[in-house]
Design a protein around this ligand. Sequence first.
Ligand SMILES: C[S@@+](CC[C@H](N)C(=O)[O-])C[C@H]1O[C@@H](n2cnc3c(N)ncnc32)[C@H](O)[C@@H]1O
Length: 281
Amino acid sequence: MSAAGSEWDFTSISSDRAPVSIDTTVAHPARMYDYYLGGKDNFAADRAAAEAAMAAAPGMELTARANRAFLGRAVRFLAESGIKQIIDIGTGIPTAGNTHQVAQEIDPEIRVVYIDNDPMVLIHARALMETQSQGSTTVIQADLREPEAILAHPQVTSLIDFSRPVALNLVAILHFIKDEENPGEIMKTLKAALPKGSHLVISHCTLDFTAPEIGAALREIYNKATAPLIPRTHAEVLEFFDGFELVEPGLVLPPLWHPDHIVTQQEAENSHFYAGVGVLR
Ligand SMILES: C[S@@+](CC[C@H](N)C(=O)[O-])C[C@H]1O[C@@H](n2cnc3c(N)ncnc32)[C@H](O)[C@@H]1O
């Protein structure tokens, strides 16, 4: 516990042998998402912003849960499809059903590289790796906006064999990349490194089904957070899959992608995301 305005001070905690500093006074999307999911790894500013978002768009927590459940089903699909290595960018604060847990339960040989730019995610994810002593899973701090640095990172190149199929998970992250940051170019760079048989998993926020005033309120809340929210249309999200063949049922609301239960109308209506999995043939 420490400084006014923040509950914890991570400044002295070392990860990657570098000091970590977290501004707990500005809401962070990773910690807002943690709050939507019922997690405890968030601060007052995150909770206030998340509560404001839930008030502006009732059902936000259902959207988050549906996205998280999609991630689990998609990773199961990857493992059952024979994928042996996963790069998961935009890991998020560990919670139930993390990528490596779902994947390695099906095939303990699957290797996972987690990548996030939020130091707090790194601290929690590393702690989880240590307790589980998973030599085949690693966590690195990097930014999706620097795809070349990700591909050249020594921990990526040592764990991932780019001559064999790789799954690239970009689940609930691309909507934090502004158009001027060239998400299309970022995708091109990452996809160019993937060989045939590779998979691409994407989920992305959309306002295609949302009243304009709700969309405006959400944008305002996220604009004050550390990353703005850039919702995209179905056609725009589909472009990220260019070169990849979407597996059935295509790019759909997350609860409708390989559902494991009967999807209620409430779940579908509160799912302001698109989700899909593509394969490079
Ligand atoms: C909403 S969470 C998603 C977590 C997880 N993928 C899931 O869907 O359950 C988004 C994550 O992306 C991370 N993130 C946002 N922008 C990023 C960037 N430019 N580079 C790396 N990570 C980023 C955030 O820190 C956060 O942990």
